[in-house]
Ligand binder design. Structure first.
Ligand SMILES: Nc1nc2c(ncn2[C@@H]2O[C@H](COP(=O)(O)OP(=O)(O)OP(=O)(O)O)[C@@H](O)[C@H]2O)c(=O)[nH]1
Length: 362
């Protein structure tokens, strides 16, 4: 439990998947399932035409892709699976281009590389792989490449291949950027909605609904381990007069000051919420009634000694607090009812007081 949930960063968000998006491990699995029979088919054709060397190498690539898939199924390590797949297909495409498999027509398979690489890796890796790949093809098609590899590609084929491959890589980059931006936008929107559903807009504290959720979670923990928790129900004293005398903007400033003071005076594990207009609920895990009353008094004193600046005047306010600690098998509703009764006793006793549900006050 934290006092305020901070909004997730872009980097964190980009690691999430939006509904409908194909998970990368699944895509790699499907590509492997498609690639293995295709490789075996071309291996069989190479063998049929008397190219036993090419056939063996294509079978090795099929085996490597299968092993990569099997390792993933056994380990569920998606990073290893992705890196293994990228390595194998990069070497495979290089082999298809350099060795002019299938009379040189297999180099056309290079067009399958950019969309796959952009989808399964980070944008930066996609750009590096594509720029590197295009430079390698340009080198292969250069007089230097001819001297080393002696490939059968005509000049017009080389120029067309380079132009179309470069165009495809650029298009994939633009589309991938657009996909990543819209995904991030969707995730940000979802995070904003989630934040708004759980928090109070004025103070940033949890809202009443989320406080109920946290109370229920803490209650379940209490039922399991028996460690009692306490609640502090607090209300700003005579708040209507602050609004009436100084205006609503000073009233709002007062509500924010109390929230700030609550944060300063609480532990990280405590849950702070705005329960209603000028009411707050603090949930103190693993806290008995004595500690709860001490905490309530510390908060009460801190608020009483923190004036709110309003134009040229300062406004001093106080709060009243009702505390209650869970016991036996009582329900959360009953606990809240006892805290509420204690709060009203604190008001009846003249305000700026802490009352516990057992009847004592300070
Ligand atoms: N400025 C501002 N006022 C609010 C907000 N929410 C509730 N209020 C006002 O808070 C006031 C609550 O006043 P009352 O419930 O009468 O209680 P009180 O004046 O605090 O008196 P006691 O609780 O008996 O000490 C009302 O006037 C509400 O309009 C808010 O978000 N901003």
């Amino acid at each position: 439990m934290t006092q305020i949930i901070s909004r997730p960063s872009d980097t964190k968000l980009s690691q999430f998947r939006v509904k409908g998006e194909i998970p990368v491990p699944l895509l790699i699995g499907r590509l492997t399932l498609a690639a293995v029979p295709i490789l075996l088919f071309f291996a069989w054709r190479s063998l049929d035409r008397g190219f036993a060397g090419s056939a063996t190498i294509l079978i090795i690539f099929a085996a490597l892709l299968s092993v990569n898939g099997i390792i993933y199924l056994a380990s569920h390590n998606s990073t290893l699976q992705r890196r293994g797949f990228i390595t194998v297909i990069t070497v495979l495409f290089t082999y298809l281009a350099v060795n002019a498999v299938e009379d040189g027509s297999a180099i056309i398979w290079l067009f399958a590389y950019p969309p796959i690489i952009f989808y399964i890796s980070e944008a930066r890796v996609g750009v590096i792989a594509c720029v590197g790949g295009l430079a390698a093809v340009a080198l292969l098609f250069s007089p230097l490449g001819d001297m080393v590899f002696d490939t059968p590609y005509s000049t017009s084929f080389r120029l067309t291949m380079l132009a179309v491959l470069g165009f495809e890589m650029f298009t994939c980059f633009v589309l991938d950027q657009s996909r990543r931006r819209s995904k991030l936008g969707l995730l940000k929107l979802a995070a904003e909605f989630e934040y708004a559903a759980k928090h109070d807009a004025l103070t940033g504290l949890y809202n009443r609904r989320e406080a109920h959720e946290q109370l229920e979670t803490e209650y379940q923990r209490y039922m399991r381990n028996g460690r009692a928790f306490s609640v502090l129900l607090m209300d700003i004293d005579l708040f209507k007069s602050v609004n009436d005398n100084y205006g609503h903007h000073v009233g709002d400033e007062t509500i924010m000051m109390v929230a700030r003071t609550l944060r300063e005076q609480s532990r990280k594990v405590d849950t702070l919420s705005r329960w209603g207009g000028e009411e707050y609920l603090v949930l103190l895990p693993e806290t008995d009634i004595t500690e709860a009353v001490q905490t309530a008094n510390r908060i009460r004193q801190a608020i009483a000694s923190t004036p709110v600046r309003a134009e040229k005047r300062t406004v001093n306010i106080t709060i009243s607090v009702g505390t209650a600690t869970i016991h036996g098998a009582e329900s959360v509703d009953r606990l809240l009812q006892r805290a509420d009764e204690a709060l009203y006793r604190a008001k009846d006793m003249g305000r700026n007081k802490v009352c516990d549900s057992e009847g004592s006050f300070s």
